[in-house]
Design a protein around this ligand. Structure first.
Ligand code: HEM
Length: 489
């Protein structure tokens, strides 16, 4: 007990004086031999690590996922086989564009990343709170993010820059209708949905493949902010969503989400007027109804934000047997990008950090590197080898086989259908939601170059002529002379 209170250096040596550095005489100068001073300053100097290049601001919590309907028929994923099976999870919610200390009231997608610590390895669903995305090809992601981030010369975010990009990227229209509605400013992290956005493949023990999309539905309901409410909260508290999550868990009011999947057999792919692997599209729920999988409860706050939340590392490529990526070109780029940035942000041994470390046993021949803490006691660090008791590949876990055809090419998908679902979304909103959407768009587009305004109006007009006309009116732009050039439908 006495020892517990003893201040030490990181070497464990007791510290005699934590107030005065060791100096030559009372006035100094300071002596280089003062190990405690130098260790303390040097460690402080290195307290910061690179923040996430996107999704830098976030909050996280631990919890549990319980299966309510066995998915055995559709996937061999071990953690989804039996009703009642529980799997520990860690979830991180985030905003996307602004840095670590930025307000949580901004109009932005919210990240919703879930790590399932399954017995067959970690499985991550790295989703957002809106069901679609701005672009459909990973090649465009860095440009898109650059346009949304602060300008390199002013360090200020500028609508003229991202509207320039978005208006020339018509597939973003659907996402922009979601984002500029009040759903783009969720009231907190507890009262929002989550979506995997991409399709993934589920494979059962017969080798049959079905494509799925994930939906998280909050038991707390959905709550959003108007632009005015967001402004007011931001004036008082720029970390209200982190606070809300922490305080609810702390007082035992645990947030819960139901997990649903939509399923589509590959035989349906050609039947639709859009490409089902295009992440700018939703799958109509009347054709592909939601099937309940289970429930997630977040019931434990992190003890240390840096250790558990800042150092957490999610990736859409963290998959388990029975779940594989779809061919979606946006997803394919993500499979590379996350572990790549995490090796940079946290180091090559980032999976040894407790929050990222699988509960499943890790056994392979990878070794060493910066900050290696895992000790492989076996001297056999290669494979194949003649030793019986060393880890070996298990053929039953080979991925599914997928037929491929065609030539290597750089081509857009055929059924881009950029505007139809955007228009349907607008028309599905209540009158009040439509009014807020128009107001939010006009307020933002006011700031942009007239050429970009016109392009943006045209895109929204092609989604819904009323929406386009209302925006033109709100911005004082006469679009009559352009209307004949806008394809209807
Ligand atoms: C974070 C890249 C699209 C959701 C990140 C990070 C990178 C990245 C580099 C930082 C990861 C880290 O430092 O740990 C990309 C690329 C994309 C893409 C290249 C497209 C090609 C998306 C999409 C979604 C999404 C479509 C949602 C469906 C997230 C989330 C995080 C994140 C939730 C934060 C994870 C956390 O809480 O640590 N993304 N992203 N991203 N991304 Fe993406």
């Amino acid at each position: 007990m006495k020892d517990k209170k003893k201040l030490t250096t990181n070497q464990g040596a007791p510290v005699g004086d934590n107030q005065n550095s060791r100096t030559a005489g009372q006035h100094g100068p300071t002596l280089l031999e003062d190990y405690h001073l130098i260790e303390k300053l040097a460690h402080f100097d290195r307290e910061r690590i690179p923040e996430r290049v996107v999704h830098a601001r976030g909050a996280g919590a631990h919890g549990v996922f319980v299966v309510e309907n066995s998915m055995k028929k559709y996937t061999k994923a071990h953690f989804l086989q039996e009703k009642g099976r529980d799997t520990p999870v860690f979830v991180r919610f985030s905003t996307v564009i602004h840095p670590k200390g930025s307000p949580e009231t901004v109009r932005d997608p919210r990240g919703f990343a879930t790590k399932f610590y399954t017995e067959e390895g970690n499985y991550d669903i790295v989703g957002n709170h809106l069901p679609v995305f701005f672009i459909r090809d990973a090649l465009k992601f860095p440009d898109m993010v650059h346009s949304l981030k602060p300008a390199p010369h002013t360090n200020i975010q500028a609508p003229d820059r991202y509207w320039d990009f978005m208006s020339l990227t018509p597939e973003s229209t659907h996402m922009l209708v979601w984002l500029f509605s009040n759903l783009g400013t969720p009231a907190n992290y507890r009262q929002m949905e989550g979506f995997g956005v991409h399709a993934f493949k589920w494979i059962n023990d017969q080798g049959e493949v079905v494509y799925v999309k994930y939906h998280w539905k909050p038991k707390q309901g959905i709550k959003t902010l108007t632009a005015e409410e967001a402004k007011e909260i931001q004036g008082k508290d720029f970390q209200h969503a982190t606070r809300d999550l922490y305080e609810h868990i702390e007082k035992g009011d645990y947030p819960e989400w139901d997990l649903f999947v939509q399923m589509m057999p590959p035989s349906d792919f050609e039947k639709l007027d859009f490409d089902p692997l295009d992440p700018t599209k939703v799958w109509p729920e009347d054709l592909y109804p939601l099937l309940k999988v289970g429930k997630m409860t977040l019931n434990r706050n992190p003890q240390n934000f840096f250790a558990e939340v800042e150092q957490s590392a999610f990736s859409p490529s963290a998959l388990v047997p029975g779940i594989e990526p779809s061919e979606d070109k946006l997803l394919q780029g993500r499979l590379f990008s996350y572990p790549d940035t995490q090796r940079h942000r946290l180091g090559p041994n980032y999976l040894n950090i407790p929050v990222n470390c699988p509960y499943a046993r890790v056994q392979n021949y990878q070794r060493d590197g910066f900050m290696q803490t895992r000790q492989n006691p076996s001297p056999i660090n290669y494979e194949p080898n003649r030793y019986e008791d060393t880890p070996k590949e298990t053929p039953q876990y080979v991925e599914s086989e997928a037929p491929l055809a065609g030539s290597a090419t750089r081509r857009k998908i055929d059924r881009t259908n950029d505007f139809k679902q955007a228009g349907e979304r607008y028309r599905s909103f209540s009158k009040e939601m439509q009014d807020h959407l128009v107001k939010n768009l006009v307020n933002d587009l006011k700031e942009v170059h007239s050429q970009t305004q016109l392009l943006a109006i045209c895109n929204f007009y092609r989604a819904d002529s009323q929406l386009g006309t209302r925006l033109a009116e709100g911005l004082g732009v006469d679009i009559r002379s352009y209307l004949s050039a806008i394809p209807q439908k």
